[in-house]
Design a binder for this molecule. Sequence first.
Ligand code: ATP
Ligand code: MG
Length: 371
Amino acid sequence: MKIKRLELKNFRNYREEKIELPSGASVFLGQNAQGKTNILEAVYYAALGRSHRTSADVELVRWEEREALLSLDFFRMDAENQLEFRFFRESRRKIFRNGAPILMKDLVGTVNVVLFSPEDLLLVKGAPAGRRRFLDMEISQIDPSYFYDLAVYTRLLSQRNTLLKRVRDGEADESEIPLWDVQMIPRAVNLIRKRIEAVKKMDGFASRTHREISGGKENLSLRYELHGADGEESGSMTKDLFSWYNEKLAESIRLDIMRGVTRFGPHRDDLALLVNGADLRSYGSQGQQRTGVLSLKLAELAFFREETGEYPILLLDDVMSELDRDRREKLLSFIRGEKLQALITATDEAYFPSGSFGNFFDVSHGTVTAR
Ligand code: ATP
Ligand code: MG
């Protein structure tokens, strides 16, 4: 996958900017607050239909302007396509593909990206929600039906929780709960199945890259953790998942009503990372956790390539300064070796090997200049 051209009009601090993007690595250099992340944000938005920094699209519109435009020419398996987003201060954004209006559900998966930003360095150490999000964003991009199931599940779950509270408070009858459950359970099971499958695939990639990054010293493995099942059960669960989940909900119904929340389901599961058998989330050193994140991101790239036939666009926001020299070089040589398109932001060009690494752009006050 390759982006050829990016156009921004009144997007964040850009007035009117057209950026021709070469293959391989493009490095955007500039001081703080010049608009480097805004470029990556635009590409991320084109892939997921939302920003990674805000859920309010209106923030994307340049101050004092009423409308903004983001347009992207890209190649997917050698076929050229165009995506366009129009943002309005007073109404909802509109999406167009090759000139025709499309809906959000038709957008996801059109452009694939993997974003790696400093916040991701907390992916291993941080709360389970971050790891679930990681899986959700990844699988959604290769499987639109996953994205759809996730949206429906999230809605049904919140309705179920409201109902649980009403039952608790004597405002609704318990017999209504199964009516939600028959809709919710199949969605939940779909999500879990696909997550287990994706984690299995990524496990192989992650363990290979991790061994290499750690100089052969460490073995990384990934495991999907079903909340409420012990480790062994999760692994062999795929076929009986449906009845297992039914039983879990039934078993928990009294407590669920009392608390007004659903205790079991994909919204409570987690991704476990084990290094030489020990849980990286709780026992890893800071350095090991960072290496784990890097391995996970590289595994994600390999996963996309396997599933879609080509690498996604890699967006690296300010991570060079966060990685030590060794990990930085591993990452840069991966990008160079695999010839994937990467958009990289940095404040300092010293992080990049002198000579032939990529193309450089200077970013200053919302203008981009190719060197
Ligand atoms: P850093 O190195 O600190 O990460 P950066 O170059 O990545 O900086 P960006 O986050 O891309 O910076 O851009 C931030 C700039 O964009 C800020 O100056 C901010 O005030 C400006 N900005 C953000 N949203 C808007 C908007 N809607 N209209 C105008 N300017 C905006
Ligand atoms: Mg930035």
